[in-house]
Design a protein around this ligand. Structure first.
Ligand code: HEC
Ligand code: HEC
Ligand code: HEC
Ligand code: HEC
Length: 121
């Protein structure tokens, strides 16, 4: 016969396991990082490795300098707006990247501007 006490112990164990499960799930499921460490862009000219966190932390560039829209729209994804083909008002995704990445490297006199120093992989 199962006693009242056995049932209580079983219930207690179940609660402990449930709480452990929730804590593990919360700490190991990975939410979107707020500041991605690095991003790899695939394209036909050769992959481009972008050291995202070094640009913010080591080179001290503000989020808004690149994510020029996030004041009024919280999307960090350029291609939400800059699509495959652009026009004179809204540059295509590739033009938006080239203008922003190379433009700043030219302004700073630092960072790659040659095709194969970015498309290195
Ligand atoms: C030097 C330019 C630059 C700076 C500075 C910068 N970002 Fe980014 N970030 C990018 C680019 C480019 C992407 C890739 C977007 C894409 O693939 O469309 C990106 C992607 C992201 C993503 C991932 C978006 C996704 O769809 O997965 C997040 C989140 C993000 N940035 C947050 C930040 C935050 C927060 C800051 C400031 C602390 C910041 N970024 C500063 C250029 C920059
Ligand atoms: C919510 C929509 C939106 C997102 C997301 C967005 N842009 Fe733009 N972008 C625009 C619009 C609209 C324009 C044209 C008007 C202007 O210059 O602001 C533009 C213009 C530009 C220009 C030309 C600027 C100039 O001065 O001529 C560049 C370069 C650019 N975007 C790069 C990027 C990059 C890189 C990202 C991602 C890190 C990004 N944009 C994300 C909407 C967006
Ligand atoms: C607002 C300015 C700015 C923008 C925008 C920018 N960079 Fe840079 N980038 C820099 C600076 C500054 C350095 C540092 C150069 C040094 O110290 O030698 C750099 C360095 C680099 C380097 C070489 C060192 C490293 O960290 O790997 C690569 C590769 C690079 N950038 C790729 C990109 C790409 C790809 C983009 C566009 C998605 C981009 N950058 C956008 C400012 C910028
Ligand atoms: C500062 C880094 C950088 C430099 C320098 C650079 N690119 Fe890119 N390039 C990129 C990035 C970032 C993308 C966008 C990849 C994506 O859409 O995810 C790209 C995309 C491309 C694409 C794909 C376009 C498409 O429509 O899919 C081609 C082709 C290309 N670049 C050619 C070149 C050539 C040619 C040069 C030299 C004149 C050059 N790139 C210089 C970073 C660079």
């Amino acid at each position: 016969m199962t006693s009242q006490r056995d049932l209580k112990v079983a219930l207690l164990i179940m609660i402990v396991l449930l709480v452990t499960g929730i804590v593990c799930y919360a700490s190991f499921s990975s939410p979107t990082p707020d500041n991605p460490v690095r991003l790899m862009f695939q394209n036909q000219a050769g992959k481009v490795l972008f050291t995202h966190v070094m640009h913010t932390d080591s080179y001290s560039i503000e989020c808004l300098d690149c994510h020029h829209n996030i004041e009024d729209d919280d999307t960090y994804n350029c291609s939400e707006c800059h699509e495959e083909t652009g026009d004179e008002d809204l540059p295509s995704r590739a033009d938006a990247f080239h203008d922003q990445c190379m433009g700043c490297h030219e302004d700073y006199g630092a960072g790659p501007v040659e095709c194969n120093s970015c498309h290195a992989l």
